[in-house]
Design a protein around this ligand. Structure first.
Ligand code: ZN
Length: 450
């Protein structure tokens, strides 16, 4: 199968190309960039559109299986939302969470296909809860820790890209438990990704804990969704701290979603102490149940926390200028943190990448080519994906065609799954997955094993 994409503005941040060029895709790969017109089975006119590598989401969550069904409404699935906004590959299993054995999920993606290509982290909390009798507030026993490590080891051998932690959600997990797990990655050089132990004033010490673990084991460290960790007045110092570890030689990176509001379930540990997260009851919006769309008061908060601890909420508490500061830093990538419950939740799942490319790119004064570097080449390099994040001949033909004037997010806190504007076509392995903003094939994604 040969597909020829002609008359586009081709931007390949991996080799700093930004030019009017045509592109030939052949057998799932980029065949060549050319000024000539070539014959093909399918010809696509990209006049007025940017043609670039597919976006890479550094911080995703796979969709859970509920009552035996993973995608009850495909339009509202996390990974479908990612695809519609131009994401072709993601790193899932973040924040310590998996919904099932991550190795089994990788196998299933290869059997049945998926909306996007998926790389998986082994979620430490998921394994801990399967194996240990300890709850989230207490330490796991020594023999349980051993069993957790051995199960995670197996997942790493099965192709998981590293280990994720959700330290803020598991106050009972101590530093030693973190360090022993990090040690599992030292021989392979796989990464650890952390939702760190504390946000706001506690975020600096919390980031240092994870960065130290990475330094000790010489492994890459990804600090997750830094807007929700340090976006309360700590961002400058936080970015400086991460940079200081980079100067020690630690391969440290950060991702951020482009919103000044976080999202978590109402029963989760971060809500144990609202003051420490700069949050009042009125800052918290419920995303599910009879109070959907409403802000809390003390009575509603306490009632829903007791009766529906799994309900998603949004906390409108971070500072807009701190999110901007994060994106002005050249080493910060985009992670959507897509986490919808039957289509309810935070609009980041369906809007993050177009919102970064329109609003934040402009507010930070970043060129289009540089912005695309941050969401294609940079994450591919961090993850060691040589065939992605680039349009070099031989690379995987994962592409986005978008209108640079029209692209913007449309999802909102009222309608979190509304697709963005301006994404005209998305290709995975040389085949069309999205056309005119609509998913035409949701099974082209494969596993990415490390
Ligand atoms: Zn998280």
């Amino acid at each position: 199968m040969r597909t020829f994409i002609q008359n586009g503005r081709v931007i390949d941040p991996s080799c700093r190309i930004d030019a009017g060029l045509n592109l030939l895709l052949e057998d799932g790969k980029i065949s060549c960039l050319t000024t000539e017109n070539l014959d093909a089975d399918e010809i696509i006119d990209a006049s007025g559109l940017v043609v670039c590598p597919g976006f890479i989401d550094m911080h995703a969550h796979e969709d859970p299986v509920i009552n035996g069904v993973r995608y009850a409404d495909e339009q509202k699935a996390n990974l479908a939302c990612l695809l519609r906004m131009g994401v072709t590959s993601c790193l899932a299993g973040n924040c310590g969470d998996n919904f099932e054995d991550p190795s089994a999920f990788l196998d299933q993606v290869d059997r049945e296909g998926c909306f996007v290509n998926v790389s998986m982290l082994a979620g430490y909390t998921w394994f801990r809860e399967r194996i240990s009798k300890a709850d989230r507030y207490s330490p796991a026993a020594p023999e349980e820790r051993k069993a957790i490590l051995s199960a995670i080891s197996e997942a790493l051998n099965h192709g998981c890209a590293g280990i994720s932690f959700g330290l803020e959600y598991v106050p009972g997990m101590d530093r030693e438990e973190l360090e022993r797990a990090a040690h599992l990655c030292s021989s392979s050089g796989k990464l650890i990704a952390a939702h760190i132990r504390a946000c706001a004033e506690g975020s600096l010490a919390a980031a240092a804990e994870v960065l130290e673990a990475g330094k000790k084991e010489s492994i890459p460290v990804e600090i997750s969704h830094i807007g929700s960790m340090a976006g309360y007045g700590q961002m400058r110092e936080f970015l400086d701290l991460v940079d200081s570890y980079r100067t020690f030689g630690v391969d440290a990176g950060c991702d951020c979603y482009p919103y000044a509001a976080f999202s978590t379930t109402i029963g989760s540990a971060p809500y144990d102490d609202l003051e420490s997260i700069h949050c009042s009851y009125e800052d918290i919006e419920l995303c599910e149940g009879i109070y959907r769309g409403q802000r809390c008061n003390k009575a509603i908060f306490e009632q829903e926390r007791a009766e529906h601890p799994d309900y998603l909420t949004v906390g409108h508490v971070m500072k807009e200028e701190e999110i901007r500061m994060a994106y002005c830093h050249p080493n910060v990538t985009v992670g959507s943190d897509c986490f919808l419950s039957e289509g309810n939740g935070h609009p980041r799942a369906a809007g993050s990448f177009p919102r970064f490319l329109s609003r934040y790119r402009k507010e930070c004064g970043i060129s289009l080519s540089e912005a695309l570097y941050r969401i294609t080449t940079l994450p591919a390099q961090r993850l060691g994906w040589k065939k992605k994040g680039t349009l070099r001949p031989g690379a995987d033909a994962d592409l986005v065609l978008f209108d640079p004037e029209q692209i913007c997010d449309r999802s909102s806190f009222q309608e979190p799954t509304l697709p963005p504007a301006g994404i005209e076509a998305v290709f995975l392995s040389g085949e069309l997955a999205v056309r005119n903003g609509v998913i035409v094939n949701g099974h082209l994604g494969k596993s990415i094993r490390m």
